[in-house]
Design a binder for this molecule. Structure first.
Ligand code: ITT
Length: 196
């Protein structure tokens, strides 16, 4: 069975691949020659994930999944949230995004934060959602250079290290994405065995 993972983010592909394993053939957007950007204009992770998955499903007709993730900081009114990729303006400028977040948290004692991931799966039978969450806090400065996005300033509960100082396997112990993808893996396994 072929499945398309609708992302242009190579880090996400690597993380997802490490969780989902080899039971399916995963295609990337490059594999299906989909080179456009998919806009994420909505106010919820669900709507953005659904739009990405539906857009690619309509393009190619293969089962697709897409995810949208945000970093939510309760003391900042849940910012950067659904706008995490473009918090400082330009999409995907992680250094500027982290600088802005550290500046906005300056002198605040409550540095609690959480990542939330929503995955949308679409095939001819319909749409399904999966979720994962990771609670932790924002550090006072950056540490580490692994991973991506806000990893250098996020420490998950139960650890004293930022995600960016961890190996992929260590990040997966705590990660929002790992939890969501484990649900996807269980769903696909069940679906696969029902179809055989
Ligand atoms: P696609 O839409 O192509 O999948 P993207 O990089 O635009 O890739 P999102 O909109 O889902 O991805 O992600 C929003 C931002 O949230 C992302 O650019 C990162 O800055 C941040 N982010 C997401 N997951 C993260 C993680 O595991 N660790 C650190 N930051 C993360």
């Amino acid at each position: 069975m072929q499945l398309v993972f609708c992302t242009h983010n190579a880090h996400k592909l690597k993380e997802a691949g490490s969780i989902l394993g080899q039971q399916f053939e995963y295609l990337t957007l490059d594999d299906i020659a989909y080179h456009q950007d998919i806009p994420e204009p909505y106010e919820t992770l669900h709507e953005n994930a659904q739009t990405k998955a539906m857009t690619v499903f309509m393009f190619r007709g293969l089962p697709c999944f897409a995810e949208d993730t945000g970093l939510f900081v309760p003391a900042l009114n849940e910012e950067p949230g659904v706008k995490s990729a473009r918090y400082a303006g330009e999409h995907g400028d992680s250094l500027a995004n982290m600088d802005k977040l550290l500046k906005n948290l300056n002198n605040l004692n409550d540095r609690k934060a959480y990542f939330r991931t929503v995955i949308c799966y679409v095939d001819i039978h319909g749409i399904k959602y999966f979720e994962g969450r990771c609670d932790g806090h924002i550090t006072e400065s950056r540490s580490g250079d692994s991973g991506f996005g806000y990893d250098p300033i996020f420490i998950p509960n139960g650890s004293d290290q930022t995600f960016a100082t961890m190996t992929l396997e260590q990040k997966n112990i705590y990660s929002h994405r790992r939890k969501a993808f484990e649900e996807v893996a269980a769903f696909l396994e069940k679906k696969n065995s029902a179809e055989q």
